[in-house]
Design a protein around this ligand. Sequence first.
Ligand code: F6P
Length: 359
Amino acid sequence: MPRIAVLTSGGDAPGMNAAVWAIIKLGAANGVEIVGVERGYDGLIDGEFRPLTRATAGGLVPVPGIAWLAGTGGTFLGSTRCARFLTPEGRKAAADRLTGAGIDALVVIGGNGSLTGAHRLAAETATTLVGIPASIDNDVGGTTDALGVDTALNTILEACDRISDTARSHHRAFIIEVMGRRSGYLAMAAGVAATADAVLLPEQPKTSGEILDQLEGLIRASFAPERDKRRLLIVKAEGVPIPTIQLASDLEERVADLDDVSVRASVLGHLVRGGRPTYQDRMLAGRLALAAITALGDGHSDVMTAWSSPMGTPTIDTSVTLVPLAAMIEETKAMLDGSSEVVRRRVRLLREVQGVLAL
Ligand code: F6P
C-alpha cells in the first residue's frame, strides 16, 4: 500500500490542520496510508513519524481522536524553523528517514522558506514531494493566497474595529502594527478594509523623517476643527524599520500643541497568527490538499499547489495550478526585492487610494 508523509513547517498558519485533515481523508479514500511527521523538518530528520490512518475491515480510516482538530488554528503536528535542514547533510538525513520508513512521497505545508527547503530536498535526493503554501505573510511567490492569510486578515480587522471604538471615544490617532515579516500585504489589505487613514509598507520605503512628516500632516489635517473626525487609524507593517511605540511617542510630541489629541500604538504580534480558520482558509485547505494528493498520484513532484495563479499547469480544479517550486522561489525573490509585477501593482494600487484613505 502506498504511504505518504505530511509535515507542517515554519510559522504556523490557520488552515494547516484543515489541510492535514483533508490529506488524511483523501489518502484513506484512495487506499493511501498517511503518516504525520511531528515538528516539521526537525521531526523528519529525527524520524518522528505517527500514523494518521489505520486499516479496518472496511478499508483505511483516519486514526481516532483527531477529527476535531480540522477546525482549529496552529498545527497539531507541531512546527519548527529547522536549522539542520538548511544543510545538504540535514536534507540527506531527512531523505534517509523517509526511505527507512517506507514512505513513497511527502507533502510539505509551509511558507516560502519551507518550500525552498522542499525544492532542495527534491533536487538533491529525488524525494517525490508536493508543497502547499501556508503563511499568514502571503509572501509565497506564484500563488494569490496562502493558507492562513484570510484568517489573519479577519483577525486584524476585528482588532482594528475594536481599537477604533476606543480611539473614537478619546479622539485618538492609533498606530496598529501587524505581522508580515518583509511583506506589507497584511497591512495593506487589512488597512484598506478597515478604512484606515494610512498604511505603512516596507515595499514603499521611506525614512523615519518622511514617515513622521507624513503622519504629522495627516493628524493635523484630520483633527482640524472644521472636520468631525474622532479617530485616525494607521496600519503599519512590521517590516517598516521604525519601532512602532517609538513612532507613536515621537508623533505625540510633534502634535503636542493640539488640544485633546493623543497618539497610541498597539502591536498585534502573534495574536494575528492564531485562531480558528475562516471558511475561506478551510475551503482553500481542502482544494489545495486535493490537488496535492492528485498531483502525487499523477506522478508530479517538486511542485506547489497554487491558488488563482497566472502561473503553472492546470488541474481539474480551475482555481488551482501546479507551480514548479523553482518558479515559486524565483517569484518569491522578486516579490521581496520589489521587482515582481505583483508587488509593483500592489504599491501602485495603494498609491492610487492613499488620498482616498486619508479622507
Ligand atoms: O512568517 C510568519 C511570521 O508570523 C511573520 O509574520 C513574523 O515576522 C514571524 O513569523 C515571527 O516568527 P516567530 O514566531 O518565530 O517569532
